[in-house]
Design a protein around this ligand. Structure first.
Ligand code: 3PY
Ligand code: MG
Length: 248
């Protein structure tokens, strides 16, 4: 079953964030069993070619979901054509912005996605089967990570074609003048509003945390699209642990 179907079936999907441009690291994460990989193009140096190599390295094991650097047609078209299983659009603050993201992810008649012959379409060999099912299996995930998005969440969550709303707790806290205070009561209250409205509108919810412990309360509330940890953090924490034991 593909990623989007699993999301729609309300399965718990645990992923991790990839920020280092190395297919080997993506391969290791996939072999460890993450359901999906959050390949970050917004805050990391990952480029289209890096993503393509990383998608090749994890194919058949973990879904590759790419966070585009910007909510533009150009960015979205490219990552879908290299074969991403879905996209994460950062900073979606209004229903109009959400509608445009969906439009760029869906082939006509549902949207206006450009038609390419790239890796996603099997370099042309799988063109017919890909374009027939892409609107069904490409996941469109939008981020609610600004207080404006929280204010507009009723309208945003009703936009047709959104597969999940993914909270960005760090940007959200920053937009509320609470930089990094992701557990501040006001930030939690804003997240609670998004949770309530999305659950009422039957939209899957996602959350990012740097540790397993930080995401658990959200899993307990019914969040199913979970991103826990970052590749660089696994390397630095593992390194510090060894050094701490040997050279305390
Ligand atoms: C944030 O916390 O702002 C994020 O975008 C995490 O994905
Ligand atoms: Mg963010």
């Amino acid at each position: 079953m593909n990623f989007t179907q699993r999301l729609r079936n309300n399965e718990l999907l645990v992923g991790t964030m990839l920020t280092i441009p190395a297919p080997e690291i993506a391969e290791m994460a996939a072999k460890c069993g993450f359901d999906w990989l959050f390949m970050d193009g917004e805050h990391s140096p990952l480029s289209t070619l890096d993503w393509q190599r990383m998608l090749q390295a994890v194919a058949g094991r973990s879904a590759g979901i790419i966070r585009v650097a910007a909510r533009t047609e150009r960015e979205i078209k490219k990552v879908l054509d290299i074969g991403a299983d879905g996209i994460i659009a950062p900073q979606v603050n209004s229903a109009d912005e959400a509608r445009r993201v969906v439009e760029w992810c869906r082939y006509p008649p549902q949207g206006g996605r450009g038609v390419g012959l790239a890796r996603a379409q099997g370099y042309g060999l799988d063109f017919a089967s890909y374009v027939e099912s892409a609107n069904e299996h490409v996941a469109v995930i939008i981020q609610a990570e600004h207080i404006e998005a929280v204010d507009n969440i009723e309208q945003i969550s009703q936009v047709e074609g959104i597969d999940a709303v993914f909270i960005g707790p760090y940007d959200l806290s920053a937009s509320m003048n609470k930089m990094g205070e992701i557990d501040h009561p006001e930030v939690v209250k804003a997240i609670d509003k998004v949770t309530r409205v999305c659950q009422q509108n039957d939209i899957a919810l996602g959350y990012f945390g740097v540790t397993a412990e930080s995401v658990q309360p959200y899993i307990d509330q019914g969040y199913r699209l979970i991103c826990a940890g970052v590749d660089a953090g696994f390397v630095t924490q593992g390194s510090q642990e060894v050094l701490q034991k040997l050279k305390p």
